[in-house]
Design a protein around this ligand. Structure first.
Ligand code: ZN
Length: 416
C-alpha cells in the first residue's frame, strides 16, 4: 500500500511571499523543528541565489553531522541547465533537487511569449534533469508549474519522459489554487496510473481549499498506486492566499472521517511539536496566528456557550475532535511583566550572560561567552527582533555553523 509523506516548503514558498521573509537563522530553526516533527523533506531554499549559499552549506553540514537527520534538505531550481551548473558551483554538496518549469499553455505562451513550445518545455526539463544527475544529485523531483491548468495528456507525457530519465517524483503544482477536491483527485490518480511515479501535491489557497485539495490529491495518487508527497508550509504562509498549512493537513490526514483507515503516513509526524513550530514561524514571519486556525489558534480549544462548555467539561469528545495535548499545547507560558533583558544587535556581555544564565547555559570562559554574544549580535542584525530561547541555545551549541550561516558576502561589482 502506498503512503503519504510531507515535504514542507516554508523555506522556499513561504519566504518568496510578498512582504514576508526569514533570517538565515530563522530558516535553520524551521528546518530543525521540521526534522523533530518527522517531516520527510524541507525545501530549504534557492541554491542559485547567492545570499543563500552559506546558509544552505551550513544546513547541509548539520545534515552531515547528524543534527538535521533524517530530514532531507531539497533545493528548488528552474529547469535551466545554467541554473543546475550554478547550483553545484555555489552549493556543491546539495543532494536533493526539485526542478521546476511551467507546463500550461497559458504559462508557456504568457511567460515564454511564444518563444517555446510544449516540446521545448519537455526538452528543457530533460536537459536540466540530466545535468543534475551528472553532478550527482541523489533525488530529483520535477515540478509541473500550473499543472492544474495544463492539459492532462501533456502532463502525462511530461511526467513519463521525466520517469524515463530516472526522476523520483512528479510535483503537481496547483499554482493558482484553481483545483477543487474532485478535479485534483482525478488528475493525481491519472498521473499516478499513467506515469507510474510518486506524486507530489502542491496546493494553494486562492479558493480556500489548499488542505482539502492536498488530501484529495493524495487519495488520488494512492488510489492510482503511488506514494503521495504533500507540500505544506508552517501556518500556511505562502504566495498570495498561501499554501496548505502543515498542522491542518496532518490533522486532516490523521483525524478526518475514515481517511486514516486506508490512507496512512509513511513516516509518523509528531504533532506535539505543532504548537512550538507554529508559534516560532508566527514570531519569525511577524504574522499572527489567526484565532480560528485549526489546532494552534487561540480559539481552537476555547468554549464559552453554555451548552458547549457544559458538554466539553462532561466529556471533551463531545465538542473536541482532538485534544490540545496532541498539539503540544497546555503548558502555561511565562510572559515577563516586569524588567526584561532581551538580546539585540548592540547587546553587552552583562545582559547576555543574564539571558543565558536564565536558560542555564554557562560558558567555559569569558572569551567563549564574548564569541557567542558576537554571533547573537549578528543574528540580531539579520532578524531585527530579539532572538528566542531556541535560537540562543542553537547559537551556543553550534557556533561554527551559525558563523557560516550568518555569513553574507556580496559578489564583486564589475561596474562601478
Ligand atoms: Zn507554490
Amino acid at each position: 500500500m502506498a503512503n503519504i509523506y510531507f515535504i514542507d516548503v516554508t523555506n522556499r514558498d513561504g519566504v518568496q511571499t510578498a512582504n514576508l521573509g526569514l533570517s538565515k537563522l530563522e530558516k535553520t530553526m524551521i528546518n530543525m523543528y521540521l526534522n523533530e516533527m518527522g517531516v520527510f523533506q524541507s525545501e530549504f531554499g534557492f541554491p542559485t541565489t547567492r545570499h543563500e549559499s552559506f546558509y544552505l552549506q551550513a544546513n547541509l553540514e548539520l545534515a552531515e553531522m547528524g543534527v538535521l537527520k533524517p530530514i532531507r534538505l531539497g533545493g528548488w531550481i528552474r529547469a535551466v541547465v545554467a541554473d543546475v551548473e550554478k547550483t553545484f558551483k555555489l552549493v556543491p554538496n546539495i543532494k536533493h533537487l526539485n526542478i521546476s518549469i511551467s507546463t500550461s499553455d497559458q504559462m508557456i505562451q504568457g511567460k515564454f511569449q511564444d518563444d517555446k513550445s510544449r516540446e521545448d518545455v519537455v526538452s528543457m526539463m530533460v536537459d536540466a534533469v540530466e545535468a543534475a544527475r551528472a553532478h550527482g544529485a541523489q533525488s530529483i523531483g520535477v515540478n509541473a508549474e500550473d499543472a492544474s491548468r495544463t492539459e492532462i495528456g501533456f502532463l502525462v507525457r511530461f511526467g513519463s519522459v521525466a520517469k524515463e530519465h530516472g526522476v523520483d517524483r512528479f510535483r503537481y503544482c496547483d499554482t493558482l489554487g484553481y483545483d477543487n477536491a474532485f478535479t485534483i483527485y482525478e488528475s493525481a490518480k491519472t498521473l499516478a496510473e499513467d506515469v507510474g511515479i510518486p506524486i507530489e501535491l502542491h496546493c494553494h489557497g486562492d479558493l480556500g481549499m489548499a488542505v482539502a485539495n492536498s488530501i484529495a490529491g493524495a487519495k488520488g495518487a494512492i488510489d492510482g498506486g503511488q506514494d503521495a508527497y504533500i507540500n505544506t508550509t508552517v501556518n500556511g504562509i505562502g504566495e498570495r492566499a498561501g499554501n496548505a498549512d502543515l498542522v491542518a493537513t496532518v490533522l486532516a490526514v490523521t483525524k478526518s472521517k475514515g481517511f486514516a483507515d486506508k490512507y496512512q503516513l509513511g513516516k509518523p509526524i509528531d504533532l506535539t511539536k505543532a504548537w512550538e513550530v507554529s508559534k516560532f514561524a508566527s514570531y519569525a514571519f511577524e504574522v499572527p496566528i489567526p484565532m480560528n486556525q485549526p489546532g494552534v489558534g487561540a480559539n481552537a480549544f476555547a468554549h464559552s456557550s453554555g451548552i458547549h462548555a457544559d458538554g466539553v467539561l462532561k466529556d471533551p469528545e463531545n465538542y473536541e475532535l482532538y485534544s490540545f495535548n496532541d498539539l503540544g499545547r497546555g503548558e502555561p507560558e511565562l510572559v515577563e511583566t516586569g524588567r526584561e533583558i532581551c538580546s539585540g544587535e548592540y547587546s553587552g556581555i552583562s545582559g547576555f550572560s543574564h539571558i543565558m544564565g536564565q536558560m542555564e547555559v554557562s560558558f567555559g570562559d569569558a572569551r567563549q561567552a564574548e564569541e557567542i554574544l558576537e554571533l547573537a549580535r549578528y543574528a540580531n542584525v539579520e532578524a531585527q527582533k530579539p532572538l528566542v530561547e531556541d535560537e540562543l541555545l542553537f547559537i551556543a551549541k553550534y557556533p561554527k555553523i551559525v558563523r557560516k550561516l550568518l555569513t553574507l558576502i556580496p559578489p564583486e561589482l564589475t561596474h562601478s
